[in-house]
Design a protein around this ligand. Structure first.
Ligand code: IPE
Ligand code: IPE
Ligand code: MG
Length: 240
């Protein structure tokens, strides 16, 4: 990116990492090969976002609906996650910023949960980028969880029901304390959110791209950022 474009960078980017299966199919490879290449792309793009100064990156890795897939494919995705967590354990680099997992990790295998807890604790408070990996994440489930927590606070008398406002709901989401999503990028040609960041993306600019995620390169991120910079964000106002 050009240096003079920096002030226009989104603070928070969301990416729906889609198209792994189609990438593999085109090469007559098993779907797991697409997920493997997609995991490589994630490493490249998260480093690139860090290098250009993005503060928050949220990537959609596995949705609450993705459990509908064949067990073999789910296992392949979980094994790629295991490889990534092992790799992080071996090369811990302060520059890599904060890593968080958003979504319900309870149904995951115990070794994964322990590694997730460990990496979150180890990277917390680091300077630089925060990367959220959305895993067993769904925007609706996230909002339901926040509503349940707000109801518990009201029932226990800690708050009155009219204290439930946007700020309180924000504070009960997985992304508590983070800014809203400015830009959501979806590669693969699909034009939908598929339950991603429904609350946080209320005013996000949406950029849909024809490239498949395993082929997504830093130049594609640049293209999405250029598109973002051409948009006029009004937030319901009349703009400048
Ligand atoms: C995205 O790629 C990865 C996950 C949903 C886990 P897909 O596996 O959905 O790839 P397509 O959409 O079938 O090409
Ligand atoms: C969204 O992609 C979820 C992830 C990329 C993790 P899907 O491939 O699951 O979404 P749909 O089924 O095309 O809407
Ligand atoms: Mg898909």
């Amino acid at each position: 990116m050009q240096q003079d474009a920096t002030p226009l960078l989104p603070r928070h980017i969301g990416i729906i990492m889609d198209g792994n299966g189609r990438w593999a199919k085109r090469r007559s490879l098993p779907r797991s090969a697409g997920h493997r290449q997609g995991a490589r792309t994630f490493r490249t793009i998260s480093r690139y976002c860090r290098d250009i100064g993005i503060e928050y990156l949220t990537v959609y890795a596995f949705s609450t609906e993705n459990w509908k897939r064949p067990q073999e494919e789910i296992d392949a995705i979980m094994n790629l996650l295991r490889d990534y967590l092992n790799e992080l354990e071996r090369h811990s680099d302060e520059d890599e910023g904060v890593l968080r997992f958003i979504g319900d990790t309870a149904p995951l295998a115990e070794d994964l949960r322990l590694r997730i807890d460990e990496v979150q604790a180890r990277t917390a408070g680091r300077p630089g980028i925060t990367v959220n990996i959305a895993l067993n994440y769904g925007g609706r489930a996230e909002i339901v969880r926040a509503v349940q927590r707000a109801a518990e606070l009201a029932v226990s008398g800690e708050i009155s029901p009219d204290a439930v406002d946007e700020a309180l709901v924000n504070s009960l989401l997985y992304t508590a304390g983070q800014p809203p999503v400015d830009l959501i990028i979806r590669p693969s040609g699909e034009q939908r959110l598929s339950n991603f960041m429904l609350w946080q993306g209320a005013y996000a600019e949406l950029v849909f791209m024809d490239v498949l995620w395993p082929d997504f390169a830093p130049a594609d991120l640049d293209r999405a950022l250029e598109e973002y910079q051409r948009r006029s964000r009004r937030f319901g106002g009349i703009g400048s």
